[in-house]
Design a binder for this molecule. Structure first.
Ligand code: ADP
Ligand code: UDP
Length: 235
């Protein structure tokens, strides 16, 4: 699919128009950012790895009946997806304590949560993606109550499916971020990417981190960790 004009360049991906108004190309870059863009770097071959990882996970989810924007991955860094208007909400699902949840609740990382935690953040970089709840979604018109209910239902289902998927590959799905969007005809789809950039993935046996925390926290072997996730996800 031919890439036409650049529609948007984000921190990790570029969105290009195509000849089909309903489709766009997501081009995966090697750029990595953390702490709301304060820390910048490159993870070598991340673009290729994340495209392959995300494609494999979207294919798996589609097979299980989850509607995603994924259409195809025609080249190593390009994913053709259905064009959506992104709902400006980042949904975070958590199975094990880590990151901002550990900070907010004053608990150590790595505690298995007795119930999955569902969180919403307002997707706005200039505000640092603040945490919100359903009342903010309604009061600020971020999406309809019906869409929010559907997003919640799907996020829990995706969590169940992804937990099984990763656990079968020796990986604990600690937490992850999802984005949803709506096509021109009003269909709600899971969008963006599902990669180690937006998921915490720990080796189930050793507890070793296999995600962007290696970059955020300068733990080293970042590329190797992404490679290992790619190997496991595609095996
Ligand atoms: P950011 O905007 O956070 O820097 P990226 O670098 O990943 O993020 O940029 C990709 C952008 O494309 C994101 O804003 C994401 O919400 C958006 N996006 C993801 N999937 C689609 C889609 N199917 N159609 C249109 N936009 C999308
Ligand atoms: N996350 C993300 N984008 C964001 C914020 C968080 O992909 O803008 C992911 C992050 O990789 C992790 C989960 O969401 O898997 C929960 O992140 P947390 O709230 O703990 O924030 P952090 O401490 O990582 O900034």
């Amino acid at each position: 699919m031919k890439k036409l004009e650049k529609l948007y360049e984000g921190k990790a991906k570029i969105i290009y128009a195509t000849e089909d108004p309903e489709l766009v190309v997501q081009y995966f870059k090697d750029d990595a950012t953390a702490f709301n863009g304060e820390k910048k770097g490159i993870i070598r071959n991340k673009g290729e790895m994340n495209n392959a990882i995300s494609s494999a996970i979207f294919r798996f989810l589609e097979d299980k009946g989850i509607k995603t924007h994924f259409v195809s991955a025609p080249s190593e860094r390009e994913m053709v997806v259905r064009k959506v208007d992104i709902v400006p909400i980042e949904v975070v699902m958590r199975n094990v304590t880590a990151g901002s949840l550990s900070k907010r609740m004053g608990v150590e990382e790595g505690m298995l949560l007795p119930k999955t935690v569902f969180e919403l953040y307002y997707k706005d970089d200039s505000l640092g993606d603040p945490m919100i709840n359903g009342y903010h979604v309604a009061a600020f018109g971020l999406c309809s109550a019906e869409d929010l209910a559907e997003i919640k239902k799907r996020a829990f289902r995706v969590n169940e499916l992804m937990q099984e998927f990763f656990s079968a590959r020796g990986i604990t799905l600690v937490d992850f971020k999802l984005e949803f969007g709506k096509t021109a005809d009003g269909t709600l789809l899971l969008a963006d990417e599902i990669t180690p950039d937006g998921c915490r993935l720990w080796n189930s046996e050793t507890g070793e981190k296999m995600d962007k925390d290696r970059f955020r926290r300068d733990l080293g072997s970042v590329e190797e960790a992404y490679e290992e996730v790619l190997r496991k996800v595609t095996s």
